[in-house]
Design a protein around this ligand. Structure first.
Ligand code: SF4
Length: 63
């Protein structure tokens, strides 16, 4: 399955884990943001790893 959309819901604690695991997709500003225009499927394993590693479970994606 291809990941078509990635987003971060409220309550990100800006811990930085997602950005360290996949800087091609996640960028910490005040909170984590998802970089637009990325071929998310190319980073599927890292996106799923970030979602599993997020301590507050706010990384979501559709596939
Ligand atoms: S891993 Fe989760 S809590 Fe940490 S910066 Fe990323 S989205 Fe925010």
């Amino acid at each position: 399955m291809a990941i078509t959309k990635v987003w971060v819901e409220e309550d990100c604690t800006s811990c930085g884990i997602c950005e360290s695991l996949c800087p091609e997709v996640f960028l910490i500003k005040d909170i984590s943001t998802v970089i637009e225009g990325v071929n998310y499927s190319a980073y599927e394993r890292h996106i799923k790893g970030a979602a599993e590693s997020c301590p507050v479970d706010v990384i979501k994606y559709t596939e």
